[in-house]
Design a protein. Sequence first.
Length: 377
Amino acid sequence: MKLKKVMAVSLAAAMALSMTACGGGSSQPAETPAPTEAAAKEETKAEEAADAATEAAESVAEAVEGKDPAEIKVGISIYQFADNFMTLYRTELENYLVNELGLKKENISIMDGKNDQGEQMNQIRNFITQGCDVLIVNLVQASSEPTVTEECAAANIPVVYINREPETEREQAWVDEGIKATYVGADARQSGTFQGEEIAELENKGDADGDGVVRYIMVQGDPENVDAQYRTEKSIEALTAAGVEVEELVKMRGDWDQTKGQEITANALSQHGAKIDVVFCNNDAMALGALQAIEAAGRKVNEDIYLVGVDALVEAVENVMNNKMTGTVFNDYFGQAHTAADVALDFVNGKDVENVYMVDYVKVTTENAEEILELIK
C-alpha cells in the first residue's frame, strides 16, 4: 500500500514539475516574464509533493529492510543440551543466525533447560527482563506453553516454538487471539510412518524368523511428548496397513537416552530372545544403545533382527551404510533451524507469520544413506 502511495505522489510531483517547465506555450521570444502567483503556487506544490515522495520512499525502504540484524537480540532455550539431535539443531541455528542473517553472536543467548521446566521458565523470564526482541524455545514440557506464551505476550515479545509441538488447539488460539507465536517443526506422524514403511518394504516385511508374525519391541522417548506418541503409533499402523500381522512384546520409556535404549533392549532380548523380529526406537540415540545390546546378545541386524530409529545422526547413518541398522529417518534440522530463524526475524520486522511451519522428514535406507551422510557431515 505504501509503495502505491509513493508511486502516486511521485507521479503527481512529476506532473507538477512538467506543468511549470512546459507551461505557457507563447511564441513571443522577448523577455522572460516574471513568475505569476499561480506559477509560484504550482512550484511550491511540486516541491511539497517531491518532499512527500522522498519521505514515503524512505518509509517503504525502512519497512522492507526492517531492524538492523546486528541490533537484534535473541533468547534461545533448549530443553536439554545433552540431547544429540538438539545439539546439531542449536549449532546450526546459531550458525545460520550469525553467518547468514547477520546477527551478532554476542546478541544471541542460548541456554540449557537441563530438562527442568522450572529452570527453563527462569531463563525465559530473564530473556524478557533483558529485553530480547524475540525468543526461540524448545519446551521441556509442551504443557507449559500457555504460561510461556502468556508471559511473552504480556511483554510484547514474539516466541517461536521449535521441535516440541504444543497442542493443536493452542496453535489455533494464537491465531484467534492475535498472539505473536508460531511453531516450527516436523510432523512426527510422518516419521513414524516412514519407520514402519522401512520395515514393510523389506522382502520379508520384517518377519525375521518367518513364522508369519512380526514381533517387536518399542523403545519410546518421553511418552508425554507428542513426537514419541506419534512415532510409536504410526510406525505400527504403517506395518498393519501393509498387511503385516504384528505382536508387541515390550514397550518401555527410554527418555531419548542411549544408555536407557541399551538397557531396555538388553532386558527384552534376555526375556524374549529369538522371538524379537524388530526393534523400533523413537530416536537414533536409543537405537544406538539398542544396537549395543543386539550385538552383545550375538544377534545380527538385517539377518535375524531389524532395527530402525529417527533423526539421522551421523553414527546412525553410517550404521545403515554398514548394515548395522535397517534404517533411520532424517529429521531435517537444517530446514527447521533455518525456518525458525527466518520467522523469528519476520516477527521482529512486523511481517506476517503463520502459526505453524512443517518441514518434511526423509527416509534413510541403504539406497540414499551415503547422500544423506554427505549432507550432515
